[in-house]
Design a protein around this ligand. Structure first.
Ligand code: SF4
Length: 328
């Protein structure tokens, strides 16, 4: 399935108090299926290779698909739907892969397009959750009381307007069985001004049941504006976690991962997952072979405190849990 990503909804830069989480303009599109997309903050940091590589495709001559990490013959089969999302759709925008939780494709939009994105081919046009379906979602939760957690994902759920997000959170809170709501977002590290007064008020309101899972791969992404946003979130006493993807040429060393964990911890964010790359077509140049990943992970574990070592995991698609990768 090719990604049929709709055009960005509204490209006006947002003001700090705006209710609109508007993605920012992006450079000329090189690929109509998964165009390049940056925020001004990221655009200003493209001189840093570990940032540029995450958001700009390498030229074929500069970085062949093997990336030098393995021969093309050693690459696994990269797919369009690497984590089998479509296999687990129970309704438009609702993915039920796990026993106790569901994942909502809450938004089809992101502020940036990460070149390794595992949903870069996802059919957002037909498979994004529609707020008009909130009654259906509520019914589904009532019929499945074993679901005690809902993950807001996408796209990026914080591209929703505050009032849309509020409707969603209100409906989930009203469920008698949902105890935790997890927001998976890349947005606050690439467009930190999204944390406007309205969003702060909203997050505060749902604080007891909310977890915010950031997505930061390299310490260089912790820019002063991002640190300020994290400081604000910490002041709200929200539970803050981070997940990274192990990416060749970005963070594929123990020292890089240790620096990230230490910097996150200092900001009140706990390292949660280190995901092996989802083997999605278009992301081949980020591939780190398992044996290399395990060696990096061993070196990380040997060089820092246990609570600063995120779990090394793989979403194998067919499993109903994240597969924890041993040290080998
Ligand atoms: S923010 Fe997340 S969903 Fe959006 S492009 Fe990046 S990895 Fe994909």
């Amino acid at each position: 399935m090719q990604r049929a990503m709709p055009p960005p909804p509204d490209l006006k830069p947002m003001t700090p108090d705006s209710d609109t989480a508007a993605p920012q303009p992006h450079p000329p599109q090189q690929d109509t299926l998964f165009p390049h997309k940056l925020t001004p903050l990221i655009k200003a940091r493209l001189a840093q290779p570990e940032i540029a590589r995450q958001f700009i495709d390498p030229s074929p001559s500069a970085d062949p698909s093997t990336g030098g990490a393995a021969t093309s013959a050693a690459l696994p089969a990269f797919k369009h739907d690497a984590v089998a999302d479509t296999q687990y759709l129970v309704h438009r925008g609702i993915i039920r892969k796990y026993h106790n939780r569901i994942l909502l494709i809450a938004s089809s939009h992101c502020a940036v397009h990460c070149r390794y994105c595992f949903r870069q081919h996802f059919d957002y046009t037909s498979q994004t959750f529609d707020l008009a379906d909130l009654p259906l979602l509520t019914d589904y939760l009532a019929q499945h009381p074993e679901i005690d957690e809902v993950i807001l994902s996408g796209g990026d759920p914080l591209t929703l307007k505050n009032r849309q997000l509020a409707l969603l959170l209100e409906a989930l809170q009203a469920s008698t069985t949902v105890r935790r709501i997890r927001i998976h977002s890349r947005l606050l590290s690439v467009l930190p001004e999204r944390l406007n007064k309205g969003l702060i008020a909203l997050l505060s309101q749902y604080r007891p049941m909310l977890l915010l899972v950031m997505h930061i791969n390299h310490r260089s992404e912790l820019l002063p504006e991002v640190k300020t946003a994290l400081h604000t979130l910490r002041g709200l006493e929200l539970r803050l976690l981070n997940q990274s993807v192990l990416l060749r040429g970005v963070n594929d060393s123990a020292s890089s991962l240790r620096e990230l964990s230490e910097a996150l911890f200092a900001l009140g964010v706990m390292p949660y997952y280190l995901n092996l790359l989802d083997e999605v077509k278009g992301a081949e140049h980020f591939y780190v072979p398992d044996t290399t990943a395990q060696q990096i992970y061993r070196d990380l574990a040997a060089s820092t405190s246990g609570y600063l070592v995120p779990k090394l995991v793989r979403d194998a698609g067919e499993d109903n849990f994240k597969r924890i990768i041993g040290l080998g």
